[in-house]
Write a protein that binds this ligand. Structure first.
Ligand SMILES: C[S@@+](CC[C@H](N)C(=O)[O-])C[C@H]1O[C@@H](n2cnc3c(N)ncnc32)[C@H](O)[C@@H]1O
Length: 300
């Protein structure tokens, strides 16, 4: 498998959940959810959604993110694919441009492709993809890695073009997750499966804008628990969070991710709606071979 297909998202997402895509595939196989609609109310880099879509596990993907920059990026990639690719192709990756893009990101008037490109540019040129953080290599570019270390133009353009080719199966929205989830709570909508990856309870080192407080975590737990569709939720394993999902089956696991230039082992937890059969493997630890075996068994 090439790097390109392994990392389908054009965005680097701090603490990105790409590693759990295999677990989600396994869950979909075990629960006969392959071919259903797949929904991510907190999409971020949306790497699980894109993997499921491209590999045929999800028929359609519904991605939502409240962050205006993240939303503008996905919207540009889906609807102004050629223009966005031309911007990537023609914009030099230098500190001067980095400063310009930061002004755009922080301006209250930027929108559309201008904001989408600024979000993408800063996500790809900042340390650990932290959109509000510092540039790779430092402002004087004296570090061992330079600003363009994660900016392989042809590979990134390919990922955006691939998304553009699948645009007919992707629905993007820009709502608060609680309102968004409530809209799915209609038993008449097609079979859907939701994966929620809310902001962590313990706020990271500015990984992304995290405005969630205890009341917000409680509100989404209530909305999720009322869903008529199968769902999973992943979080940092904190007693305050487990208390919000008292009836849900849960598994704890470790996910190693790179953030703020150091590798750390997260103590994560995943909750499952009561109708789901839970694979006997840990999220983050499922190999492609294990998925292939399960898929063949399901098709036999
Ligand atoms: C933990 S990240 C999701 C990461 C994603 N699973 C990935 O692998 O890239 C949480 C995302 O939720 C978004 N977000 C924060 N508050 C939100 C809200 N109230 N409604 C919808 N999205 C929100 C943030 O912008 C961020 O992109």
């Amino acid at each position: 498998m090439t790097q390109l297909s392994r990392y389908p998202s054009p965005l680097r997402y701090p603490g990105g959940k790409g590693k759990i895509a295999n677990f989600v595939k396994m869950l979909m196989i075990d629960n006969e959810l392959v071919g259903s609609d797949y929904v991510e109310p907190y999409a971020g880099g949306a790497s699980v959604a894109l993997t499921l879509l491209y590999e045929g596990y999800a028929d359609r993907a519904f991605i939502n993110d409240l962050n205006p920059g993240i939303h503008a990026f996905w919207s540009s990639a889906l609807t102004r694919t050629d223009e966005l690719c031309a911007l990537i192709e023609n914009t030099p990756v230098t500190m001067d441009v980095w400063h310009e893009q930061r002004v755009i990101l922080n301006s209250s008037t930027a929108s559309g492709i201008e904001l989408g490109f600024a979000t993408f540019f800063l996500n790809r040129t900042n340390r650990s993809g932290i959109i509000g953080g510092g540039a790779i290599g430092g402002s004087d570019q004296s570090g061992p890695w330079k600003i363009d270390a994660r900016y392989n133009k042809p590979a990134l353009i390919d990922r955006i073009r691939k998304l553009g080719r699948h645009r007919g199966r992707v629905t993007l929205s820009n709502e608060d997750a609680v309102e968004y989830v409530k809209r799915w709570n209609d038993p008449d909508v097609d079979a859907a499966f939701l994966y929620l990856d809310p902001p962590y309870f313990e706020k990271g080192e500015g990984l992304y804008d995290n405005f969630y407080d205890a009341a917000d975590h409680a509100e989404i737990a209530t909305a999720v628990s009322a869903l008529a569709h199968p769902w999973i939720v992943s979080y940092d394993a904190r007693p305050e969070i487990t208390a919000l999902y008292p009836d849900a089956a849960a598994i704890r696991y470790g996910l190693t991710y790179s953030a703020a230039a150091k590798r750390s082992k997260g103590a994560e937890i995943m909750f499952f709606s009561e109708d789901l059969v839970i694979p006997e493997l840990l999220p983050g630890g499922v190999t492609s071979r294990e998925v292939d075996i399960a898929k063949r068994r399901a098709l036999a």
